[in-house]
Design a protein around this ligand. Structure first.
Ligand code: SF4
Length: 223
């Protein structure tokens, strides 16, 4: 799972349209000019938010979209992220964002395998950033795919439980999906949220212990 499902579906729907392919090329070219993966991700997040804001100016969209603050059914799915997005999330953790390490480690074991991820219980699949109050602890910096999920059907169906395959009708977020697809197409180090983020955190820890070999409780000079 290195490409996000919804953005890929949108791409496949329009890939035969030459003006759509030109649009993706223009977006990708613009993103390639930014060398910093974090900068690229921040830029795309802003673009997505802008596109979604535009869509929500439509009163029908406001009425039909069922997503409400505190509903976190879709936060129990595997989230595809880019290298830049993983770096942003690691930075938020270092700044003190709430994170559930138990779930992060558990979900990292699934790697990028969607089937291994969905073999876990619904509770264990809760995103490591999902708080007990059902809120996202990194909302301002949430990954691009989390910014484009708006459901028109019953939000209950977003809870994918074992053995179920419910039908979910999503808001068509074509413009935002195009930015998501362009970002992922650069193939920085795309992956799933838990393993990608954990790899960065572990590398940071390794570097820190090299720089400060005598620090930390396990390095006590009394032991
Ligand atoms: S990052 Fe936030 S919005 Fe995205 S799945 Fe996790 S809790 Fe939900």
């Amino acid at each position: 799972m290195v490409m996000p499902a919804i953005a890929t579906r949108t791409y496949k729907l329009f890939e035969k349209d030459s003006s759509f392919r030109k649009l993706i090329k223009r977006m990708t070219t613009k993103l390639k000019k930014m060398n910093d993966p974090m900068k690229r991700a921040h830029f795309v997040h802003q673009k997505i938010d802008h596109e979604i804001k535009e869509q929500f100016k439509n009163p029908s969209v406001q009425t039909l979209v069922q997503c409400k603050k505190g509903c976190s059914a879709c936060c129990h799915s595997q989230v595809a992220i880019t290298e830049g997005e993983a770096q942003i999330l690691a930075q938020r953790i270092n700044e003190g964002a709430e994170v559930n390490y138990e779930r992060l480690h558990l979900q990292a074991k699934a790697g990028t395998s969607t089937s291994a991820f969905f073999k876990m219980s619904f509770e264990d699949r809760a995103c490591a950033f999902l708080t007990d109050r059902g809120l996202c602890s990194v909302y301002e910096d949430r990954p691009s795919v989390c910014r484009t999920n708006y459901v028109l059907s019953d939000p209950k169906n977003c809870e994918i439980r074992a053995g179920e395959n419910p039908t979910v009708q999503l808001l068509n977020t074509f413009s935002a999906d195009s930015w998501v697809y362009s970002l992922f197409q650069l193939r920085e180090k795309n992956g799933a949220l838990a393993p990608s983020l954990l790899a960065i955190l572990e590398e940071e820890k390794k570097q820190a212990s090299k720089a400060f070999p005598w620090s930390g409780p396990d390095q006590s000079i009394d032991s």
